[in-house]
Design a protein. Structure first.
Lengths: 184, 136
């Protein structure tokens, strides 16, 4: 099956886009895990934290008998999410490498230009130029010619902006728990 | 120097085999990197909106990537060297090259050269920041 010729930005952009989409898919899987394991629906349809509840005896000091211990029945309620590691995969760095064969070069569409220059050369192709190519194996098989274009793109995860990181720290300090008031 | 004829296409498209200006080749490569980064950011923004709408994903930072370095190795063959057409730049030379695979494969191997470009994004402040000046 013949490969469809694409512009060079499409050749470069497709694997980069796959990184974004792949990261989104793994985050979606993490969210589904948290939703299914960590929460459950009540009969009223409300979403509540799924909890593990069990009883055990906890030794407590006996106030009437200094040095003595009273085995006190205790009930423990633990959110299920805190007992498991939430599976999460994050791409921190990636290197995208591919080969391509340039099929032709053409004048770039006007709306695709990030700058404009007036050129009046005679002959050749007036600029700006857009390269059209097809994907080709980086390592060609025996007897096959090597691709005329090799591209290697190093991608790293963008760090959180400093201002946003500080805001997140401030907001995390504001996490509190308040008793639920009964409505009459 | 290869003897393949340089076609004089003035329309928006050109058949395989037409030579291009070497400086235009460099700008085409950097333009492709810019457009790829632009598309990467657009997809990231779309995903960020989906994260915001999801009750659980909104607590997870959306993915965002930066392009560290792009290394491009390109084969080319010199087609022609000629003076610039404009009177002001007539002392400069134009280098026209072939980069399309069908043309390069017709040429003898010793006529095909290799170019390696390392493109590293540079972060600059937005133009509006310079105009705004200091705020009170």
């Amino acid at each position: 099956m013949a490969l469809k010729p694409l512009t060079l930005e499409q050749l470069m952009g497709a694997p980069l886009r796959a990184l974004i989409m792949g990261q989104g898919a793994t985050a979606q899987a993490t969210a589904e895990f948290v939703s299914e394991v960590g929460f459950e629906r009540t009969k009223d349809g409300n979403s509540v934290v799924r909890q593990l509840e069990f009883e055990y005896t906890h030794p407590m000091p006996d106030p009437a008998n200094p040095g003595g211990i009273i085995e006190t029945p205790t009930k423990l309620r633990v959110p299920l999410l805190t007992l498991f590691s939430v599976p999460s995969i994050s791409i921190s760095e990636a290197t995208v490498s591919f080969g391509a064969n340039i099929v032709t070069a053409r004048q770039a569409p006007a709306h695709n230009l990030s700058f404009s220059l007036e050129r009046k050369e005679a002959g050749g192709i007036s600029s700006p130029v857009q390269l059209i190519g097809v994907y080709a194996p980086v390592t060609s098989a025996a007897g096959q010619p090597a691709p005329t274009l090799n591209v290697s793109i190093k991608v790293t995860k963008e760090p959180t902006a400093e201002g946003l990181a500080r805001i997140l720290d401030i907001l995390s300090d504001a996490i509190t728990s308040v008793p639920k008031t009964r409505k009459e | 120097m290869p003897t393949k004829k340089v076609s004089g296409e003035k329309s928006g498209t050109a058949a395989a085999g037409a030579a291009i200006n070497f400086s235009d080749l460099a700008s085409a490569l950097t333009e492709a990197v810019l457009q790829a980064k632009h598309r990467l950011d657009e997809d990231g923004a779309t995903l960020a909106r989906q994260y915001k709408a999801d009750p659980i994903l909104r607590f997870i930072p959306p993915p965002s990537f930066a392009i560290g370095e792009v290394r491009v190795v390109l084969k080319f063959a010199i087609a022609q060297i000629r003076p610039e057409s404009s009177v002001q730049r007539s002392r400069f030379k134009q280098l026209l090259v072939h980069v399309d695979t069908p043309t390069l494969r017709e040429l003898a191997p010793h006529l095909v050269s290799e170019l390696e470009l390392r493109i590293t994004p540079e972060t600059r402040a937005a133009a509006g920041d310079d105009e705004a000046g200091t705020s009170e």
